[in-house]
Design a protein around this ligand. Structure first.
Ligand SMILES: [Zn+2]
Length: 219
């Protein structure tokens, strides 16, 4: 009898604790620049999303960057909003100032030539972003088992076009999550896109001081 009581209470507590914090209907659709909604804690952009010409991103036989970045960005947004953290979820066409604590632009690399020589990297426009950049590198290095390029190894990384639209308290970072043209990296990345989104959300929550709100993912 007592055993059953303990089991019942445990089940009840489990049910309560798994109820989402935020039961409101949430909108994960990317925004293309809405001046009335330009303040949030985190800004997340899916690189190249919403473009049909011009810089449409890297691709290989293993996948297309433009398809992968929204999966990561949507998952990150979902985890953050469920944890009660506000997010502007932008696509590549965002064109208004956003006032946030942390801005993260999601990309995958696609350098021509020996695709496996490249890998993950980070882009940022000044030294105030470096502490957050180093923290991401430390965290992602403990998962991503391939090469890293030096920070800002291309102009597109240090002069990312969207830096001029984000005003951040902590940092604005281009996160290149790996090389889509390298077979080993692409096959590691592809089944983990949702988890990468959770890792981005976990990172953002920790940077903002909400470290306990999102669990560290296991990959
Ligand atoms: Zn890209």
């Amino acid at each position: 009898m007592r055993g059953w009581l303990i089991i019942s209470i445990t089940l009840l507590l489990t049910a309560c604790s798994s109820t989402p914090i935020n039961q409101q209907k949430v909108d994960y659709l990317p925004q293309t620049g809405n001046p009335s909604n330009n303040r949030a804690e985190v800004f997340i952009q899916a690189g190249h999303e919403g473009r049909s010409s011009g810089r449409v991103g890297a691709s290989s036989q293993y996948g297309r960057e433009i398809k992968w970045t929204p999966v990561v960005a949507d998952a990150a947004t979902r985890y953050l909003r469920q944890a009660g953290i506000s997010v502007i979820r932008a696509d590549a066409n965002w064109r208004s100032k956003a006032y946030v604590k942390l801005a993260l632009f999601i990309h995958f690399d696609g350098v021509a030539g020996d695709a496996c020589r490249t890998g993950a990297s980070i882009g940022y426009d000044d030294s105030s972003d470096r502490p957050a950049a180093m923290a991401w590198k430390r965290l992602y290095s403990s998962y991503f088992p391939y090469n890293w390029r030096t920070d800002n190894f291309t102009r597109n990384l240090s002069r990312y076009y969207m830096f001029k639209y984000t005003r951040t308290k902590d940092a604005e970072l281009v996160l290149e999550l790996g090389a889509i043209g390298c077979r080993a990296q692409a096959l590691w990345l592809k089944p983990r896109l949702e988890k990468l989104g959770k890792l981005v959300a976990y990172f953002a929550a920790r940077r903002l001081g909400y470290g306990d709100r999102i669990q560290k993912p296991i990959m």
